[in-house]
Design a protein around this ligand. Structure first.
Ligand code: NAD
Length: 507
């Protein structure tokens, strides 16, 4: 596999790095198996307490220097990383596909997202704007400015093994922060590859050692980070269960957290929808990445007048799906991440049946040639009720629930009637419906779309969701502000010292 050597992934890798140097560690080795063919790809040494400590200290030292680099100069480093990613796009896309299991097209798309956020961050490096305001006191000037925070800890999930890191780091770097990344223990090789790509640029530009740190490890390493007062911001992407633990630990020390957690995303399909467009949005949203996107479509809320027609179209479309090796571009659906995920998929199907769900496309685990890893499952569809416990829960697998509605108010209430609030969509050609859906009385999610599905977002907008999705925002718009501290400055250029609010204090 040429992409492994191109990305400098060895059979045995060190998993702790301060940028260009790799540190020794006595932590356990994490073996990375491909869900594509079940083969052991390589193993990575995880961090122990000693190497963790060395990394945090190096990060502190690096911050003292990095924060003094002009932001556009930091932006230029990110620009060069974007260039390097362009050169490595195919190899990294292949590794993402092979280690995580998403289709090669989606793997390449994920790397493209990294390139896009680099471009965004370069521009941002000249636009870290504060405001000026008029002082109530004569001869005074007031303004606010943004300064870097310090160390940003990044805990990421397996399903976007490279993009989520780049959303955080590129912004944090131009803001003047240094980063420590703990990737998912299920995709450590993608992280090694990113570290190698970045190291090349850092070395060439004499970036201080400790600006880009990697600590491979499991949940325990994430807990060290959450409890570490030296880490100013913990940006955590993953399950709601994990987010609650991280949030409690970080809040307990009054640190800052940015949470990007689970979704339970619905598309409302109106009687005024273009059903062919709705079909593509719904099917890609539900089966893309084998239902393992935080924005995957899990529920379809369909108007009763088009319910049967749309259901038939969908069932027919599912009959055309090709399931298999995600590196083969003919296939639409690859494997789940591991056999544990397969068990969760099977369990969810059983629970749905027990609650009264009616499967119109049956699920099941695929066996035989090409499916030896045991991670390939059939995308399935069940008619279900929004109130079922299993429907209220995010199952990270291609299971789609169908439900019927009569009025838009009822549909919006169903869509919002789950604990999560990440992505949502309505398919309609009716302007009144679309605007009602986007109004304050409409979708309660962080992302609300009209005539596109729930899955996939552009980096230009702020990305994230409400309620149990955690409330964090990453990527575009003004999401950068979370990586900085705001300071209000008042300067008196007179020879008097008037107090605010006209308070007199004469001595
Ligand atoms: P996970 O919660 O099992 O693990 C995510 C990361 O958190 C891993 O690095 C893991 O080691 C770490 N972790 C787990 N428990 C921890 C703890 N107590 N303290 C500190 N760190 C801990 O999630 P996963 O299975 O890798 O990913 C799937 C989940 O991620 C889904 O729920 C999905 O919706 C969510 N996700 C959300 C977004 C988003 O932007 N909202 C993006 C991608 C994935």
């Amino acid at each position: 596999m040429q992409f492994l050597s191109q990305l400098q992934v060895q059979q045995k890798n060190k998993g702790v790095s301060t940028g260009t140097k790799w540190l020794s560690s006595k932590g356990a080795a994490i073996d990375s198996y491909s869900p594509v063919d079940g083969q052991l790809i390589a193993s990575v040494k995880s961090a122990d307490k000693e190497s963790y400590e060395a990394v945090v200290q190096q990060a502190q030292t690096a911050f003292a220097e990095w924060r003094t680099w002009p932001a556009p100069k930091r932006g230029d480093i990110v620009r060069q990383i974007g260039e390097e990613l362009r050169l490595q796009k195919h190899a990294l896309g292949q590794l993402v596909s092979y280690e995580m299991g998403k289709s090669l097209q989606e793997g390449l798309g994920e790397v493209q997202e990294m390139i896009d956020i680099c471009d965004f961050a370069v521009g941002l490096s000249r636009q870290l704007h504060g405001l000026t305001m008029h002082s109530e006191r004569p001869g005074h000037r007031m303004y606010e400015q943004y300064h870097p925070l310090g160390i940003v800890g990044i805990i990421s999930a397996f399903n976007f093994p490279v993009a989520v890191w780049s959303w955080n780091t590129t912004l944090a770097w131009v803001c003047g922060d240094v980063c420590i990344w703990k990737p998912s223990e299920k995709t450590p090789l993608c992280a090694i590859a990113c570290q190698n790509i970045t190291a090349k640029v850092f070395k060439k530009n004499n970036v201080p050692e400790g600006v880009n740190n990697l600590i491979v490890g499991d949940r325990i390493v994430g807990e060290w980070m959450s409890n570490d007062t030296r880490i100013a911001l913990v940006s955590a992407t993953g399950s709601t269960r994990m987010g609650k633990a991280v949030s409690a630990a970080v809040a307990g020390r009054l640190g800052r957290s940015l949470l990007e957690l689970g979704g339970n995303n619905a598309i409302i399909i109106s009687k005024d929808a273009d059903l062919d467009m709705a079909l593509i949005g719904a099917a890609f949203g539900a089966v893309g990445t084998a239902g393992q996107r935080c924005t995957s479509t899990r529920r379809l809320i369909i108007h009763e007048k088009v319910y049967n027609k749309f259901k038939d179209k969908l069932v027919h479309a599912y009959g055309q799906l090709k399931i298999g090796d995600p590196l083969n571009e003919k296939n639409h659906v690859g494997p789940l991440i591991d056999t544990m995920a397969v068990e969760m998929y099977k369990d969810a199907i059983e629970k749905c049946k027990a609650e009264g769900g009616n499967f119109v496309v049956e699920g099941g685990v695929l066996k035989g040639k090409g499916y030896e890893s045991g991670c390939y499952v059939k995308p399935c569809i069940a008619e279900a009720k929004n109130s079922y416990a299993i429907v209220q829960h995010e199952t990270f697998a291609p299971i789609l629930y169908l439900m019927k509605y009569k009025t838009l108010e009822e549909a919006i209430a169903m869509q919002n009637g789950v604990p999560q609030g990440l992505s949502s969509a309505i398919m309609t050609n009716n302007l009144r419906e679309a605007e009602q859906y986007l109004s304050a009385a409409g979708s309660d999610c962080g992302i609300a779309n009209v005539n596109i599905g729930t899955s996939g977002a552009e980096i230009g907008g702020a990305f994230g969701g409400e309620k149990e999705t955690g409330g964090g925002r990453e990527s575009g718009s003004d999401a950068w502000k979370v990586y900085m501290r705001r300071q209000t400055n008042t300067i008196n250029y007179t020879d008097k010292l008037p107090l605010a609010q006209g308070i007199k204090f004469d001595l």
